[in-house]
Ligand binder design. Sequence first.
Ligand SMILES: [Ca+2]
Length: 444
Amino acid sequence: MRRITGIAMTLVVTLAVGVAPASATTSGGIALYISGPLVQGAEINSLGTLTETFDSLGGSPTTAGVTCPTTLAIGTLTTNKTPSTNACQYRAAGLYGGASVSTSAPNFGGAGSNYFGTSQLSDAAITFTFPSGGVKYVGFWWSGGNRGNVVTFYNGSTEIASLDTLALETLLGNAPPSSWPSGNGSVTSMGGTAYPKGHYFGNPRGYTAYPPSSQGNAVVQDSVAYTQHRDFIYGYLNLFLTGDQTATSVKFSGNGFEFDNLTTSTLEQTPASSLVFVSGLVGKTVQFLPGSNDASGSMVAQASSSPANLSANRYQRSGYTFTGWNTSQNGTGTPYAAGANFNFATDLTLYAQWQLTPTPTPTPTPTSTPTSTPTSTPTSTPTSTSTTTPTTTQSASSASVLANTGASGFVISLGMTASAVLIAAGLLAIGIRRQQKVSSRKVQ
Ligand SMILES: [Ca+2]
């Protein structure tokens, strides 16, 4: 009994090991990125993208809030307060909001625009519900951010992720560097650009140049001109949902959560190389980098909460062949084969590895056909000696001819009737010459 049991257990273990890799399911994730300093709009593919700028809402933006709209460009809006005025605010550009542009290039100065947000009640919450099918990307310009603001993502009634804006303070610091604009180090984009953390502090409308070098313009809020406006973080936040992760609604909560240019996409989007990876909100994230400045293409960062095979490479590099991934750009780190199974227990950055594609041995390219020969047509008048043979040797015919099948046994099978005749004639001529030579010797 024991031995049988042992064998059975061995079989079970073997089966389990054999089945496990195939049963690993690809599960998506949610990853947070922040755009470069002074960026106020989303940098994503426009396909499937909707943006609410809050610039064309009915009524006048006020300091005391408005009746919250129920329909917006990106979906519908509900609140946790009655009347809804108590939950939202809709305001003209001020110190804490109102983007000057909705595009993704860094922008400073400008007149600003209307913006939106939660009211000043600490338990205010506003929820945007997206059209049927949900979204794979949510971005918004978080301006003058307060600690305690929270963004929560839902799929149906299930909370799938939340972002406490304290995460941004963890990344960028909770105060501008004392030696602003530099100091406190920098954050680095996926493409390798270093952004000084200090550049995220201060309303871009107050900047007179970028990179900033001086106090900047005054920014008016409620009729008060602020020349010192570096106490708050201004940054465009990007949340990428991958795989089976889809958000059907997003809730902004906490008091004074101001934002603008709320953008969604129904398509899975690729984080631009200008973005800075902040953290994975669901699962862990693998970022795929091209590994070379002259490589082209782009890849969506892969986020997952369970083991999954690495995404297929989508970079190309002229003259090189992709050979796999490595945690170090120069290939001295840990290698990962293409499509390798990764446990997603940690975040990971992988660089594409390239091998020079051997140049094929040069096949003998057909040299140009001699087109220059026509000039060599004989211009000299044919001499008398050439009159006997030329025309006959070049007069090809498709007919085969047997010639001289006598006792010597040779058969000439040529496609030239005239040639055969000529050869036969030539043989006859040789015979005649021999006779002549013999006879001449005899004579001499
Ligand atoms: Ca706006």
